[in-house]
Design a protein around this ligand. Sequence first.
Ligand code: IMP
Ligand code: MG
Length: 189
Amino acid sequence: MPVFPAKLEEDIATVLLSEEQIAQRIAELGHEISQDYAGKDLMLVGILKGCVLFLSDLVRNIHIPVEFDFVAVSSYGADTKSSGVVRILKDLDESVESKHVLVIEDIVDTGLTLRLSYLLENLRSRRAASVKVCTLLDKPSRRRVDVPVDYRGFTVEDRFVVGYGMDYQGRYRSLPYIGILKPEVYGGG
Ligand code: IMP
Ligand code: MG
């Protein structure tokens, strides 16, 4: 039975990245993306659900015309890691042909779920003009499958994080900052 804390923050042991640090970095990323894609037909493709807070803050810091859409891709599916079978659960609403696509991810970890590699391949096959990756967090020390990261918010150590879109068992996505859970939340002592 899940235990519901009176306040979500009670489950957080450490704040790793504060609201202010996140906002500052996203302003920089938005500026960089605005310069790099000036004069180009830019389309952000967010991978649900972890990207939602990041994407909504990022687009408000991009000062050139930008469209966005979302995809949901199966991950941590029992077969994903063993067989490499990935499925699109929710597809884009419109064509990406001749658009410059920037895929928005919450965190790139092992790369083993293959959802990002699969999606990049898939978008290229739909004749996007370019396909690049922007992730809020990168855990390079955990990488097992090569994933190209073109824009990254922060590089983090090998710790499981929650908040600002990222979940543990579906919870904590709504926290406005990124933190580390208390060990007892995982069922420990
Ligand atoms: P991977 O790169 O294939 O290992 O999987 C990346 C996905 O795993 C992310 O998009 C997250 O949904 C999830 N994930 C990986 N590390 C964390 C973490 O520290 N906190 C929350 N979710 C994570
Ligand atoms: Mg997740």
